[in-house]
Design a protein around this ligand. Structure first.
Ligand SMILES: [Zn+2]
Length: 299
């Protein structure tokens, strides 16, 4: 399927708060990688977890990306616009007996690391229950471009995992994999906090490939998990620990800091556009720090 072969990267924030320095670093890395490969760069709002969405966050994230000169090559997509597609795919997975309904309460599962696949053979009705994907009892590995080889046996770490919650909210795992396949994403550059989701996503992608749906790309993407920005106390910057939202002033200075955090050389520039143009010329992913912490202290 040739329409899916060109380098396609993406930045996929959740609208749970404004863009902060850590998310700028990730956005900049994925943007530089895409531009250095003369590829496309997409922005997708991951808003399926409706209770977590914050009013105004999407507008604030998009405004910040715009101010920082990080413009998407296609219209911004929102996962909530694709709920019909996710539910259609759940039906297709059901027809292939790759998923099942689970009626376990949160209380029943408290204290368990991995779901013990309790409901796998109960043949429960799909309506009113959570939907889980069957996982194999085998080691699955992939090689991350920054983190190296990562291996996991899902039976031991997560068990059969949820694709749609009882309240019909589509899980992050399903939405992200379906959208990356639908949009033909070839290179996933994102924060290392998502590293431990990747094996689940690789397995789900494998299951989706067996459905042979023409609107989903079957190309296996490359993965690159960028270390997380920490504050002076060694805590990762995130919306949860109230990292400061990015100001839309001192934009060039903040871009320069983000670039250095990624192990890159200092780049002189007067405007965001000039900075980004030079940043692409100097960009070298192999210089990004491999460990969990980026260069520098950011708060
Ligand atoms: Zn169950």
């Amino acid at each position: 399927m040739s329409q899916f072969t060109a380098y396609t990267g993406r930045f996929a924030p959740s609208p749970t708060g404004p863009l902060h320095f850590g998310s700028l670093v990730t956005a900049l890395a994925s943007w530089c990688e895409a531009r250095a490969h003369h590829g496309r760069w997409l922005v997708r709002i991951e808003d399926t977890d409706i209770p977590r969405n914050q009013i105004g966050a999407e507008e604030s994230i998009l405004s910040a990306l715009n101010a920082y000169g990080l413009h998407a090559d296609s219209a911004i997509e929102r996962q909530q616009d694709h709920l019909v597609n996710y539910n259609h795919i759940i039906e297709a997975l059901k027809a292939q007996n790759l998923i099942y309904a689970c009626s376990c309460s949160r209380k029943q599962l408290t204290g368990l690391t991995a779901y013990p696949n309790t409901c796998r053979n109960k043949d429960l009705p799909f309506e009113g229950n959570a939907i889980r994907l069957k996982t194999p009892d085998e080691i699955i590995c992939f090689t991350d471009r920054i983190q190296g080889q990562v291996c996991e046996n899902l039976r031991q770490t997560t068990g059969d995992f949820v694709l749609r919650r009882r309240d019909r909210i589509i899980s992050y795992q399903l939405a992200v994999v379906v959208d990356d396949m639908r949009q033909g994403v070839t290179d996933i550059v994102r924060g290392a906090d998502l590293l431990d989701n990747t094996i689940r996503q690789i397995w789900l992608r494998k299951c989706l490939n067996t459905l042979q749906l023409p609107h989903l790309s079957s190309i296996e993407p490359a993965y690159c998990h960028i270390p997380l920005a920490m504050n002076a106390h060694g805590q990762k910057l995130s919306k949860q620990n109230l990292a400061m939202p990015l100001e839309e002033t001192e934009i060039v200075a903040t871009l320069q800091k983000a670039f250095v955090a990624l192990g890159q050389d200092w780049v002189e520039a007067d405007t965001p556009e000039e900075f980004l143009q030079r940043a692409v010329e100097h960009w070298d992913l192999s210089r990004a720090p491999r460990h969990s912490q980026l260069m520098g202290i950011f708060l």
